[in-house]
Design a protein around this ligand. Structure first.
Ligand code: IMP
Ligand code: MG
Length: 210
């Protein structure tokens, strides 16, 4: 049986971000209206998240379970700051979104590792309605994880009722906007942006802009 986890290490409250005044790099100006979180600010916060997670899991058998595809950038940065052995598995979850609203959940890749009796930390890009993390944490509990916590880069609490799903480690609280970049996509694009930005409205609602 896994040894108990310590209480969560202190992590400063997730800052509420507003549109930044950083200029959008020329190559992205056609589709991106604003930078919401500049690259350096993301990196500084990932340092803080990694320090808190490391303090809690160092010396434990941590299994990080990251959800595909939105976590690619965040996961790569976060896991390289963990200076102790851990194991990684990936889970493919797709919510068949139409446009920017979420739909039914399907698994596109199941776990390979056995999580029974292990400390599991689920990594996701953004907590929006909470449907994804509610389903995924239920699934991991049913697979017998000893402890389960969640870590998200972004939290959009305006999409959930009070008392809805809350993550244990949160990078930033973002306003009620559809955001892309640093792994997050719209129609599988924009994941490669090094910052988190706001799409121009005409990109996702071409008719509304006319
Ligand atoms: P939830 O199930 O509504 O919490 O949505 C979680 C998933 O929806 C995330 O893992 C993202 O893949 C996607 N998502 C939610 N909001 C956004 C957004 O603003 N931009 C890009 N993807 C988003
Ligand atoms: Mg996702």
């Amino acid at each position: 049986m896994a040894s108990p986890l310590p209480p969560r290490a202190s992590l400063s409250p997730a800052p509420h971000v507003r549109l930044s005044r950083a200029t959008v790099p020329a190559g992205h100006r056609r589709d991106i209206a604003h930078v919401l979180i500049p690259e350096k600010r993301i990196q500084r916060r990932v340092d803080e998240l990694a320090a808190a997670v490391s303090a809690d899991y160092r010396g434990k058998e941590l299994v990080m379970v990251a959800l595909l595809n939105g976590t690619v950038a965040f996961l790569a940065d976060l896991m390289r700051r963990m200076e102790f052995p851990l194991t990684l598995d990936l889970m493919g979850v797709s919510s068949y979104r139409s446009g920017t609203s979420s739909g039914e959940l399907t698994y596109t890749k199941r776990l390979k590792l056995d999580v029974r009796g292990r400390h599991v930390l689920v990594i996701d890009d953004i907590l929006d309605t909470g449907k994804t993390l509610t389903a995924v944490t239920q699934e991991l509990n049913s697979l017998g994880a000893a402890t389960l916590r969640t870590c998200v880069l972004l939290d959009k609490p305006t999409s959930r009722p009070t008392g809805g799903f809350e993550a244990d480690y949160v990078g930033f609280v973002v306003p009620h906007l559809f955001v892309v970049g640093y792994g997050l996509d719209y129609a599988e694009k924009y994941r490669n942006l090094p910052f988190v930005g706001v799409l121009k409205r005409e990109v996702y609602a071409p008719d509304a802009a006319k």
